[in-house]
Ligand binder design. Sequence first.
Ligand code: 13P
Ligand code: 13P
Ligand code: MG
Ligand code: MG
Length: 391
Amino acid sequence: MLIDVEVGMEGFVVRTTVSVIKADVGSIPGHHTVHPKQLELARSLMAEAVDDGVVASYHVTHVGDDIQLIMTHGRGENDRTIHELAWNIFQEITRRVSKPLKLYGAGQDLLADSFSGNIRGAGPGVAELEFEERKSEPILIFCADKTNPGAWNLPLYKIFADPFNTAGLVIDPSLHEGFCFRVLDLREDAFVDLTTPEELYDLLALIGTPSRYIVEGVRRRDGLPAAAASTSRLSLIAGRYVGKDDPVLIVRAQHGLPALGEVLEAFAFPHLVAGFMRGSHYGPLTPVSMKDAVVSRFDGPPRVVGLGFQIADRCLVGLRGTEPVDLFADAAFDRVRQQAFDVTDYMRRHGPVMPHLLGPEEMEYTTMPQVLSKLKNRFKPMHTPRIAMQG
Ligand code: 13P
Ligand code: 13P
Ligand code: MG
Ligand code: MG
């Protein structure tokens, strides 16, 4: 059998939504990876949602200690039923698997007491993209662990605005007009739309500070949806350290959008991202295959996996059922990984010193207030005559 999905009527426009909702609801051991029973339960609950006609298709996966529910449906973005489904699945995993097995950080990302209409702001990360299916619809999904949503800023800039990364910006007439980036200001709770190439320098001026300015989505100049990223900052929601927000990203490719290889090219430089040990260190974003979608050394280095699908009439098409193509499982990325490991060695040698350690405003937790209060009475004004040092 060639394919097992129903093919729609020629000329009939299908509006499809891809929703990727993710959460860390407990892991084994420590923050290393998820438990197979968690994925098993997620898959059986998603299968029920397909039978009930809530979603058209799904794929459940993980990177490190984060579980991603990848769903396709026709309900649009921010749909209550879809968000509630994801919320309930994460609750069930916590209740039926993470807690009984005492997995580490059971229910970690479920910050709200109950579901209140939309999962955004309740803890889990969400990326959603609604579009009219093209004649052929390649969809790429990137999932990262031990970092935060700002990690996509540089790759998104490269994919959609850098002609040295994306040849199509120069030589493909349908990309040549450029793209529009929606950038969030997390501190002011505001957003701004910037178009490239005209506003390239303004865009870079903002997204060069990924702790505050985060690319939420990209559209082609004619409005065609091209990419969507999860943007939640758990620490801002919870007001205390609860883990990094380990983001996801959806990118449409080809035919009037960057080609698959142009999207992947943006990950050929393992740039430094915030996250890593205790969410408080810079480390290289390392592209890995699904078999290496775990973290180890110093709870890292931060990792990203790339999953490739086609979509046909609202359904995910993978190699076997919805099993995606493992995009970084290729020797062409071996040198990138080697570079990331060399950078990890180099950064680690800084120990607890910046710039391996994040700056004070970015730290997820710190002993600084306690240390300062303990030493309060021992600080003397600098102009005090210096007496001999006392041990
Ligand atoms: P499309 O324009 O069909 O996406 O093809 C581009 C391509 O072949 C890139 O290598
Ligand atoms: P997660 O955000 O992936 O749960 O990791 C937290 C942490 O502290 C790693 O050292
Ligand atoms: Mg965790
Ligand atoms: Mg994680």
